[in-house]
Ligand binder design. Structure first.
Ligand code: ZN
Ligand code: ZN
Length: 422
């Protein structure tokens, strides 16, 4: 006897997902700090989100630490904390070679993605990201031979059926190739999602934006509100196409400049070198990526590896006294507190206060891209609160769940799929 699709369940990384009765679209608003949403709701520029919160569900959830793009996108797409999926930043130090290793390869991602699990069970899925650096991990194990797609707006022009499951993305979307430093890079993702939903009606979609707007503009600035109005209109169109729309963010965003408009930076490698000597420690800034003009590789979280005789305890004693440091923890405490993977952690983790960021050696950071605007960045605990919004109301089980424990952003697929079923 044939099993009805509605009776199929898919288990991914220990979580059981029922078969969605209507398309489910999860959107990661990169850098979507709750402060932007508060401002946008107060200004009345996001009527669709307003309605979702009113008739569906709206809360603020905890993101994974460190509050960076890669760890949180992987948490959302696998439904697990970083301790399970292993992506702890954009870079970690390979202690065998002493080299910083980029962490965007799918081979470093542990476990399966929810999209790959559903595609394996016969679903049509779509993964669209603004930044190509995320694409290969989001597409890990994803079978593209049966109508599923995985592409980035950054490389929209280079899409092929073989690599992405789709070609001619610009034609589909009706937009030209957007610049990587533009709001259009995100809007392209949403437009593509809308067109695919109209054309193919995928069962599951993941749309991941970029935080260019939030790095550049504070919530009070008109450019930020124009962006929110534009993405809200897209959310409305997705809902009109009878999708369950779920909104979250990978992390928030804080102003990290002083009164003069200059970045307030702790140059940690310089401080450690001056105290313990060169070569004793290596500071890795896990925010480092190709989008340097946005943040100068300065974020609210860094890792320190002991490379000589200096013990972690001596580093902790020094670092805890530095102005602007929020928390300094050894590996064991950090992994316990933040549920992070020990084999990719440094010996010491340092988190900055909201108004501060942490760099390595001043000479190694290019801040030329920041001239003329205040540094806004993320990585710390102060940027680990994110919106958690659903267009549909929760069922009784999930209402209870939401009310009785800490809400984690990596549960958004679970809530959107299982929590909105009658
Ligand atoms: Zn991000
Ligand atoms: Zn960012």
């Amino acid at each position: 006897m044939e099993t009805k699709r509605s009776e199929i369940a898919v288990t991914v990384n220990g979580t059981r997902y029922g078969w969605p009765s209507q398309p489910v679209v999860v959107v990661c608003i990169d850098g979507g700090d709750p402060a932007y949403l508060r401002q946008a709701l107060a200004c009345g520029v996001v009527p669709n989100i307003d309605r979702f919160i009113e008739t569906g569900f709206g809360a603020v959830a905890d993101a994974s630490m460190p509050s960076f793009t890669c760890p949180n996108n992987m948490s959302i797409i696998t439904g697990t904390p970083t301790s399970a999926h292993g992506i702890s930043g954009n870079y970690y130090l390979d202690t065998a070679t002493g080299e910083a290793v980029v962490m965007t390869g799918p081979e470093l991602l542990r476990g399966e993605t929810i999209l790959a699990g559903f595609a394996r069970a016969g679903a049509r899925v779509a993964s669209i990201t603004a930044k190509d650096k995320l694409r290969r991990q989001l597409g890990k194990g994803l079978d593209l031979s049966r109508g599923s797609v995985c592409f980035s707006s950054e490389r929209a022009a280079q899409c092929t059926v073989e690599e992405n499951g789709i070609a001619d993305v610009r034609d589909l979307v009706g937009m030209s190739q957007p610049d990587i430093y533009s709001p259009e890079l995100s809007l392209f993702v949403l437009e593509a999602g809308i067109r695919l939903l109209e054309r193919d009606r995928p069962d599951l979609m993941y749309l991941s934006l970029t935080d260019w707007v939030q790095h550049k503009f504070a919530p009070e600035e008109k450019e930020a509100m124009a962006f929110y109005a534009a993405i809200d209109a897209c959310f409305g169109r997705l809902a009109e196409l009878h999708a369950v729309v779920a909104l979250t963010a990978d992390h928030g965003m804080s102003d990290k400049s002083n009164e003069a408009g200059r970045p307030r930076v702790i140059w940690l490698q310089d401080i450690l070198d001056a105290c313990f000597g060169k070569g004793e420690t290596t500071v890795i800034c896990p925010i480092t990526d190709a989008f340097l003009l946005q943040h100068g590789a300065l974020g609210g979280f860094v890792r320190v590896w002991c490379r000589g005789k200096t013990p972690a305890s001596a580093i902790l004693a020094l670092v805890r006294g530095i102005e602007g440091v929020d928390l300094a923890l050894d590996k064991e405490a950090a992994c316990r507190l933040f549920d992070m993977p020990p084999d990719r952690e440094g010996d010491v983790e340092v988190v900055s206060q909201p108004g501060w960021c942490i760099g390595a050696a001043e000479a190694d950071h290019d801040l030329s891209g920041l001239v003329g605007h205040r540094l806004r960045s993320h990585g710390g605990l102060s940027e680990a609160k994110v919106p958690f919004i659903l267009s549909h109301a929760l069922n009784r089980d999930y209402r209870r769940k939401a009310a009785s424990g800490v809400l984690r952003s990596y549960r958004i697929f679970d809530y959107a799929i299982n929590g909105t079923r009658g």
